[in-house]
Design a protein around this ligand. Structure first.
Ligand SMILES: [Zn+2]
Length: 131
């Protein structure tokens, strides 16, 4: 089922909060980034180089196909990632708050349950309800 406007709002707030939390631990996050996973990685590496980040920068993104899937009612968001060793623990910790069961496996896509009954969704639902 496609998302209702309320669900879209909830989703957007969850993504914004995730981006903020990842930025706090020095991670670059891009939403709705590029057409697919392989283009996303290529474009990210090009952008990070342009912006004169260190070459090996931790980044996380989801691509436009994932956005489309969500609009069609997918209940999970898959995040592509490139995470350097020193950032791993902090990233896993942040993602756990968003309901992810990812434990830092390099070859595994990060899965975020969307609109799930997790702490973050409930907090955001509370915020929306109190408006
Ligand atoms: Zn592509």
């Amino acid at each position: 089922m496609p998302l209702s406007p309320k669900e879209q709002n909830l989703f957007q707030q969850k993504i914004d909060a995730l981006q903020e939390d990842l930025a706090k631990v020095g991670v670059v996050f891009r939403a709705d980034w590029s057409c697919c996973q392989s283009c996303g990685h290529a474009e990210m590496k090009a952008e990070l180089k342009d912006e004169e980040y260190e070459f090996d920068t931790t980044y996380i993104f989801y691509h436009q196909q994932a956005t489309e899937d969500l609009k069609e009612g997918a209940d999970e968001l898959y995040l592509a990632h490139h995470i350097i060793e020193g950032d791993l623990e902090a990233v896993v910790e942040v993602l756990e708050e968003y309901g992810s069961d990812w434990k830092g496996e390099k070859d595994k896509t990060i899965r975020i349950p969307f609109l799930a009954d997790d702490e973050m969704s409930n907090r955001i639902r509370g915020l929306i309800a109190s408006k």
